[in-house]
Design a binder for this molecule. Structure first.
Ligand code: ADP
Ligand code: MG
Length: 353
């Protein structure tokens, strides 16, 4: 298949990969039109990095095939490497070298002259707000700076297709927003991007299309709006300040929801889908909670978020207490943004209780 006949910058069919008896990928299909952003969303261990490593020729698949700009990642690996950039968990930065040296060396790997490699390095350091750190060793960079340098390194060769594997995992919220801005500006210049993330709000924010993967399989695909539409109707949500009453609260609202309520023991937030029952469900919830004397705050209806989608699809939260779910992740999970959207979308005034 040729580049022009596919129209896809990335095309993946039936890709599988196992490590011993761990089935990391169990047959995934992807198609990413040129100049668009695909968000590959999934929890830890879903198979995201395995997919990225195969697409970037670092790992051989067991079966299936993958084309990047029409080139087969196995049979035409060298050609694929010339077309792509990769940044993410396998940081390409050499810590002893300065920012400029790191980028110059990569430029040389792309067969740039020393002079051209230096020009490109300086240009990228400026673009990524690292000009002041040009001659400092990368080991003295902050986490956010190292991440930006790694991203800059992936752009030295002016890739047509860029792979970013969890570009903001572990970053503080401010660096995360900065990274989002950088990613948006890259996309605005027409680069095709495949971005993996475990952050629902990040996929929502940056991706044109999202595929949700879990245990090596694509379990849903579509735009963020399409995925949210799959939850159907509104979500009723409230917080129970007294955590010892959480199970009573869940029991009180279980009869009014469609499906099981979800309760977060840590935050005390209870949510349940109520379909199209809107304000009736709200009134029932107030009565039900009142009858068992559970105090709540922030009781309201909201439009579904991607969190709800993931929960509905998999029965577990995307950002649960799995390994790697450090405090950074929890802080960075973008509740703030969800809240703003929720406020705008809240269809009923909040009921004080
Ligand atoms: N080199 C490897 N050897 C053995 N198991 C691996 C290896 N790489 C990944 N895995 C396993 O494959 C599964 C998918 O891993 P990975 O692709 O890294 O997931 P993600 O990037 O979504 O967190 C996990 O169960 C992981 O432990
Ligand atoms: Mg990974």
């Amino acid at each position: 298949m040729t580049e022009s006949s596919t129209g896809s910058a990335i095309l993946v069919e039936g890709l599988t990969k196992s490590f011993g008896d761990v089935h990391a990928l169990r047959g995934i299909d992807l198609a990413v039109p040129r100049g668009t952003v695909l968000g590959v969303l999934g929890p830890n261990g879903a198979g995201k990095t395995t997919a990225v490593r195969i697409l970037t020729t670092l790992l051989l698949p067991d079966s299936g095939r993958a084309l990047v700009e029409g080139r087969d990642v196995v049979r035409e690996a060298a050609a694929v490497r010339r077309l792509i950039g990769l940044s993410g968990q396998s940081a390409a930065i050499q810590e002893e070298l300065t920012g400029r040296e790191n980028l110059e060396i990569i430029g040389r790997l792309y067969h740039l002259s020393w002079r051209a490699a230096r020009v490109r390095a300086i240009e990228l350091l400026e673009q990524f707000d690292l000009a002041d750190a040009t001659n400092r060793a990368a080991k003295n960079y902050s986490g956010g700076m190292q991440r930006r340098l790694d991203l800059a390194a992936s752009l030295v060769g002016d890739p047509k297709v860029l792979f970013l594997d969890e570009p903001t995992t572990g970053l503080d919220p401010r660096s995360r927003l900065g990274m989002w801005d950088i990613i948006r500006s890259l996309v605005a210049r027409g680069t095709t991007l495949l971005l993996t993330t475990q952050y629902l709000d990040e996929a929502d924010e940056l991706a044109d299309e999202i595929v949700v993967i879990d245990h090596g399989l694509v379990i849903a695909a579509g735009t963020a709006e399409e995925l949210k539409g799959r939850v159907g109707g509104d979500v009723l949500e409230f917080t129970v300040p007294d955590r010892s009453r959480l199970s009573d609260a869940v029991a009180a609202v279980a009869p009014i929801g469609e499906g099981e309520p979800h309760a977060d023991k840590e935050t005390g937030v209870v949510s349940v889908g109520v379909g199209g029952r809107g304000s009736d469900a709200l009134i029932d919830a107030v009565r039900g909670l009142d009858a068992v004397a559970v105090r709540t705050h922030g009781l309201a209806l909201r439009r579904p978020s991607l969190d709800d989608v993931f929960l509905a699809l998999t029965g577990h939260a995307a950002e649960g207490d799995e390994e790697g779910a450090g405090s950074d992740r929890r802080r960075g999970r973008g509740r703030g943004r969800d809240r703003r959207v929720d406020d705008a979308d809240t269809v009923t005034t909040r009921v004080a209780s």
